[in-house]
Ligand binder design. Structure first.
Ligand code: NDP
Length: 254
């Protein structure tokens, strides 16, 4: 038996139309899963779906704003209607606004917390009845190095990502009885649209990341595909509530 086989499984990846989400979606698709790419920009999602189909997977785009509960409910229903089941949820959608903490408006704080943390709660809650009915499931939450460290230029983001780790542990404890494993992945610095902007906003960031990362490079989205397959597959059935850094050693560098 191949413990990493995802044939016949159905996954939703929020923010799956680019960056880390698409890297994870590619891993799941290559391992045999059918993948729903869930995001706001449907043109970008259509391109992502095409690239997943070249891996031999069934893929489809579903429009969602993860900050809105009715939109999340409609996303889950659309996937259940299309594939008849739901086994894997990747809570990956996220945003950041970088500046000094005293300059955030309450609206900005809420936008970041809603997109990065409350969304993961809402999506998990929405898939739970489907996974419970199926006798199990896998939820993968995307945290960050700021789940571990303070970042002076990303205080609300860090609060949301710290929250992701505790949400993961709480849901893992609650839903183990239903055969649902809930884990978090903490990416290091990965080259995506999000961090392209970070490198513009934060002077010296690019070189500081290189200097601190033992692997000696920035990550790429496909660096996250293996951990996604592991956490989505039977290979991780006894792993739950974990927060796994995928960071080229950034978090262990003294
Ligand atoms: P990108 O900006 O490339 O991707 C963000 C994704 O989130 C997009 O697909 C976007 O799609 C989606 N998204 C944003 N807001 C919403 C919303 N309201 N509803 C639905 N989808 C939404 O960034 P990354 O790939 O870098 O980030 C992905 C995740 O990884 C985030 O949670 C981020 O915090 C985390 N992360 C990234 C790191 C990095 O170094 N890059 C490091 C650590 C964590 P659309 O705009 O079409 O809705």
């Amino acid at each position: 038996m191949n413990g990493f086989d995802l044939k016949g499984k159905v996954a939703i990846v929020t923010g799956g139309n680019g960056g880390i989400g698409l890297g994870m979606a590619r891993g799941l698709a290559a391992a045999g899963a059918s993948v729903a790419v869930a995001a706001r920009d449907m043109a970008k999602s259509a391109t992502a779906v095409k690239s997943l189909e070249t891996l031999g997977a069934q893929a489809f785009a579903v429009e969602v704003d993860v900050t809105l509960e009715p939109s999340v409910a409609a996303m889950v229903q659309a996937v259940a209607d299309r594939f008849g089941r739901l086994d894997i949820l990747v809570n990956n959608a996220g945003i950041n606004i970088r500046k000094s903490p005293e300059t955030y408006t309450l609206d900005e704080w809420r936008r970041i917390l809603d997109t990065n943390l409350t969304s993961a709660f809402m999506c998990s809650k929405a898939v739970y009845p489907h996974m419970r009915k199926a006798g199990g499931g896998k939820i993968i939450n995307v945290g960050s190095m700021t789940s571990l460290f303070g970042a002076s230029f990303a205080v609300p983001y860090g609060a949301s990502k710290g929250g992701i780790v505790q949400l993961t542990r709480g849901l893992a404890s609650a839903w183990a009885k239903d055969g649902i494993q809930v884990n978090a992945v903490l990416p290091g610095w990965i080259d995506t649209e999000l961090t392209l902007q970070a490198r513009k906003d934060v002077p010296g960031l690019h070189d500081r990341v290189l200097a601190r990362t033992p692997a000696g490079r920035w990550g790429v989205p496909d660096d996250l595909s293996g951990v996604a397959v592991f956490l989505a597959s039977p290979a991780s059935d006894f792993v739950t509530g974990a927060a796994i850094p995928v960071d080229g050693g950034y978090s262990i560098q003294g």
